[in-house]
Design a binder for this molecule. Structure first.
Ligand code: SAM
Length: 273
């Protein structure tokens, strides 16, 4: 997969040289390139912002440097196919332009899985009050443009959002995480939060690991973990249960949810009362 990130603070993205993403870059699984937006300006001061039309506080990022920067990377991912498909892709698909914005669709694990299938992702890091809206319209001619939010709060710039998204997407690219099994049972992979995890020693500061985990009975451990997933999701993120596909529930799941105060209908999990 090719990834291009455009920012006025390219040094912010240095963390992408570390850990598993850094290793994936070294191994050639992720071809990640960071660009300084100011390199695409033409004036002496390398200006990237100006006052907003209509008045108001703050500055807005100018359209032309963005157009130049995006045009320079638009075709960069067209040769060689993807790392994910062994290079067999026909190169016909448009790159995805992800524009971090608190006014975008909220980033989710499902979105990360979808984007991990792409051949070329471009991230446009906004600053100030954001990017002149016409850039997004113009970019729609060459990119699949997606404004994406990290969550319902406001950051100073898109760089932190890009660090989070590249890590979440990059670790789903085949080969980036050594043991793919570890991706299967994670929070959000099946619509539920992950069960609690423990390691040695079995007794620590008068707190014991749940006995079932020491039993060696894999069936019972799996059942306990599933109950814990349901219990934790109900306690911390009941909104996820509301969206959960109830047809995937086993008899034991339904019993656990009933004990937690939920009513399970054919296609919904509803809090009782
Ligand atoms: N005026 C904008 C608004 O209210 O929608 C906020 C601009 S914010 C100060 C500057 C930049 O930070 C945005 O252009 C975006 O790139 C990034 N940003 C801020 N909050 C974000 C969030 N929740 N998710 C993703 N990016 C965010």
């Amino acid at each position: 997969m090719r990834i291009d990130v455009v920012s006025i603070f390219p040094e912010y993205l240095a963390a992408l040289d570390l850990s598993l993403i850094g290793k994936a870059r070294q191994d050639g699984l992720l071809d990640l390139n960071v660009h300084d937006l100011r390199d695409f300006t033409t004036d002496r001061h390398r200006t990237v912002d100006d006052t907003p039309y209509g008045g108001g506080a703050g500055m807005v990022m100018k359209a032309e440097p963005w157009a130049q920067a995006l045009a320079s990377v638009a075709d960069a991912g067209t040769d060689g196919g993807t790392a994910n498909d062994g290079g067999t892709s026909d190169g016909g698909t448009r790159p995805v332009l992800i524009v971090p914005s608190p006014a975008g669709a909220v980033f989710t694990q499902a979105m990360a899985y979808e984007l991990a299938e792409e051949k070329h992702l471009v991230f446009a890091c906004g600053r100030y009050e954001g990017i002149d809206e016409r850039v997004l319209e113009w970019a729609g001619e060459r990119f699949d443009v997606r404004p994406v939010s990290l969550g319902d709060y406001v950051l100073n710039g898109g760089e932190v959002a890009v660090l989070a998204m590249v890590e979440a997407i990059g670790r789903l690219v085949p080969g980036v995480v050594g043991n793919p099994e570890s991706l299967v049972e994670e929070s959000h992979s099946d619509g539920l939060l992950e069960y609690p995890v423990y390691t040695k020693p079995s007794s620590w500061r008068e707190r014991d690991v749940p006995e079932i985990l020491l039993s060696g009975n894999h069936g019972k451990i799996a059942q306990w973990r599933r109950e814990q997933q349901l219990q934790r999701t109900a306690a911390r993120r009941p909104d996820l249960l509301d969206k959960f596909d109830a047809s995937q529930l086993t008899k034991a799941d339904k019993a656990a949810l009933t004990a937690l105060g939920y009513e399970v209908t054919k296609d919904r999990i509803l809090p009782r009362g």
